[in-house]
Structure formats: C-alpha cells, structure tokens
Design a binder for this molecule. Structure first.
Ligand code: FES
Ligand code: FE2
Length: 427
C-alpha cells in the first residue's frame, strides 16, 4: 500500500514532475527504427512523458525528434514536408533541422535575421537494436546509451516489438517483476503447449510450487529479484528477474532459450508504450523462433501494424473465451502479454491504479522492493542527487536467470553463475 502522495510521486511523469525529471536523465526507447524506414520518409508523431513530439529521418538518415507544434503559430509538424535536410512546416514554410535550428523562413524578407533567433525544442536520438532512443534531459549531463546485450549483438539475433498499453507505466513494470502471478495468470492446462521460450514455462510448470519465496538484491542497474520455488529435496527452481532503472526488465527464460527484455515508457500518466525484445546471444533467430513469437501466445501481443494498438483490447474484453478458460488456460485469453495487458489496464481506480487500497502480501515482495527503489531514487533526486544508473552503461550488460540450483546456493551465488554465462559470451 502507498500513500496518495507516494502514488502520485511514482506515477506522474509530465514535464516538471519529480519522476518526469528522473525519467529524463535516462535514454528511453521511443519508436522502432523501421517506423522511419528511409531518408526523407514521412514523419511519425508520438507522445512521450506527456510531450507531443514529431520524429523524422532527414536526407542523411539521421533521426530528429522535435516538439510537434511549430514555434511560429503552432501548426502540427506532422503535416510537414520532410525534404532536403529538414522538416518544413506546411503552414508558412518554416523549416527545421534535426537539432531544432530554423534553417529556412521563406515568408520573411531574405535580409531578415529573425530565423536565427528561432529554435524548436529538439532531443538527441540514437539508434541501437532496431530502436530509436531519445534523451530528453539536460544536454550537459547526457549519458551514453545503456549497454543492453540486445543492442550489441547482430540485428538478426533480435526481434523487437512495440505496443501501446492504456495504463500508467508502473502497472506494467509491477507485473514484470511479479514472478508470483506467472503460476496463475499465465497457467496453461495443456503440457504440450509449454514452451521454454515463453517465460520459462516448462520448468515453472514442473516446479509445482506456486508460492515462491522472494529474495531481492540492490544492484548498480536496479534490482535482481529472485523468486525461489521448491524443486526437489536438494534443489530450488530460481527465477531471477532483473529490474533496470528507470522502467526496464529482463524476464527469465530457460538457459539456451531466447531472452526477453521489456521497457515501459510513459506516453502520459494514463498511457504507455511497451517495447518487448527477444534475442539470442549466440545465433540468429530462426524462422521457428519467429513463428513462436508471432503465434502471439508469449510475451508479445498481436498489434495492428499501423497503429501498434493490441488486437485484444478493453473494447473486446481482451477476446476472453469462457470455454477456453475452463479447458485450456487460466484466463481464457490467448497469450501471456494479452493476459498481462488485461489485468494491468483494468485495475482498481483506472489507468492510474489506486494503491492506497491494496492489501499486499509476502508474494508482493518484488513489487514492494521495486516501489521502494523508485521512491528512494526520486526522493534522492528531489534533494539534488543525480541518479547514478545512467552513468553505469556497462552495468546494463546483464541477463535474467531461470535455473535449478542446489539449496545451499545463495541469491549472490545464483547471480554469479548467471553473470558467468554472460562473461563467456562474445558480446
Ligand atoms: S505555423 Fe509553422 S510556419 Fe507558420
Ligand atoms: Fe505476466
């Protein structure tokens, strides 16, 4: 349970809010590179952290991210012409480059110097892992991109996906770190459907222990959240989810299976854009891996390819099928991501859930620790302390863990064995 003040502090990310300012110290994924497929292609509008933006790829292939409304008289640059090194407003022809400089003002006399005084808000961008990243914070302390493994391996090892979700970002991140729900919300009644690539389902189902003990460790990047289930007399089944500041997670899958990353980026306080990434460190994704992903039964929701809106939505009760709920799986909904979206979008109090009325139990330890970590960060930040994580780009080179280990191993030792795997890889 949180106080109303704490809930607001965590959930509000617009300009000038404490959490909004904290998010603006991090590089954030904001769009897929393929949404801007070639130089001078049509621009893409977006809203991130309650700011209306327009992204475009200029003639040289560089991505610009500008405030959406023209500084002249406020027309939307979405209607703009993307041509010859800049985006031109269609209302009176003012033209801006990727840094926001006004490079042409054709409705003013040539000798007029007004254009040199005009600058549109522009945010730096990078491209890595098939994703466009933006940094919306103070330029003088811009960090380097976090060294996430999937941004460093060849692109054919990686599948990236974007969806909109209509709730506050925190509802999604809380679901990602909550290993306890996996035994229920994502329970599958038909063993032949278990898939190691999907949330480590095979071992999880075999573990038969639905009440994991949570052990959490603070790390340089965020949190390692261990959920430990009984396996046999000598061993435990561990799922260690990694939470990476400010709103990223690495979801456990079994050794050798594709690895999953998620990011929840606030569109505004009531909506978010979710990025899910699957990658293999050692080989390209095969057709089989891609058809598993595109069966939409796992960590991916099927979306409309143009709008990125999930097909299973609140408007159609997430395609809930009561017959399927009796015989096939716990929810009667198709896929893991679709199940997650259903429970996250429709929580008590609406798109920003009311956390003053909850009853948290021991199985909520991951969620409680996540909130504490974020509250500490934002409070330290309010008192003038810069968040340390953006300066730790290499600390983001971690993987989640789903494995069986002897009972005498501590979370530390389990983490060490996971990190050894990463050290051995070629990244
Ligand atoms: S409103 Fe954009 S040029 Fe006038
Ligand atoms: Fe889930």
């Amino acid at each position: 349970m949180l106080s109303q003040e704490e809930n607001d502090l965590l959930c509000c990310t617009g300009p000038g809010t404490p959490m909004g300012n904290l998010f603006r110290r991090f590089w954030l994924p904001v769009a897929l590179s393929r949404e801007l497929p070639k130089p001078d292609c049509p621009p893409v509008r977006m809203r991130i952290l309650s700011e209306d933006l327009i992204a475009f790829r200029n003639t040289n292939g560089k991505v610009g991210l500008l405030s959406r409304y023209c500084p002249h008289r406020g027309a939307s640059l979405f209607f703009g012409r993307n041509e010859e090194g800049g985006l031109r407003c269609v209302y009176h022809g003012w033209k801006f480059d990727t840094t926001g400089v006004c490079i042409d003002m054709p409705n003013e006399p040539a000798e007029c110097s007004f254009k040199h005084k005009i600058r549109q808000t522009a945010y730096p961008t990078r491209e890595a892992g098939g994703v466009i990243w933006a940094y919306m914070g103070p330029q003088e302390i811009m960090p380097e991109l976090p060294q996430l493994e999937w941004t460093l391996v060849p692109q054919n090892h990686v599948y990236v996906h974007k969806r909109f979700q209509h709730c506050n970002y925190l509802q999604n991140v809380e679901g990602e770190v909550d290993s306890s729900h996996v035994s229920f919300l994502h329970r599958e009644f038909r063993p032949e459907k278990f898939n190691a690539a999907v949330a480590g389902q095979v071992l999880l189902a075999q573990a038969k222990d639905t009440a994991p003990r949570f052990l959490v460790q603070e790390t340089e990047y965020g949190l390692a959240i261990g959920a430990r289930r009984n396996w046999d007399a000598d061993q435990y089944y561990w799922r260690v989810t990694k939470f990476l500041m400010p709103s990223f997670t690495l979801i456990p899958s079994e050794a050798g299976a594709p690895i999953n990353f998620t990011a929840a980026v606030p569109v505004d306080d009531k909506n978010m854009v979710g990025f899910t990434v699957t990658w293999l460190p050692d080989r390209p994704l095969a057709d089989d891996d891609i058809s598993t992903i595109e069966s939409w039964t796992g960590a991916y929701a099927e979306v409309d390819p143009k709008t990125f809106e999930p097909i299973a939505s609140r408007a159609n009760d997430y395609l809930l099928d009561r017959a399927k709920q009796r015989t096939e799986n716990f929810t009667g909904m198709r896929g893991i991501r679709e199940q997650d979206i259903a429970v996250q979008e429709d929580q008590f109090g609406g798109p920003v859930t009311d956390r003053t009325k909850e009853h948290l139990a021991t199985s909520d330890t991951g969620v409680i620790t996540l909130r504490r970590r974020l509250l500490n960060s934002v409070r330290n930040f309010q008192q003038g302390q810069q968040p340390p994580e953006p300066r730790k780009a290499t600390a983001y080179r971690v993987r989640p863990i789903a494995d069986i280990a002897y009972r005498n191993l501590s979370l530390d030792e389990v983490l060490d064995s996971g990190d050894l795997d990463l050290a051995r890889s070629e990244v």
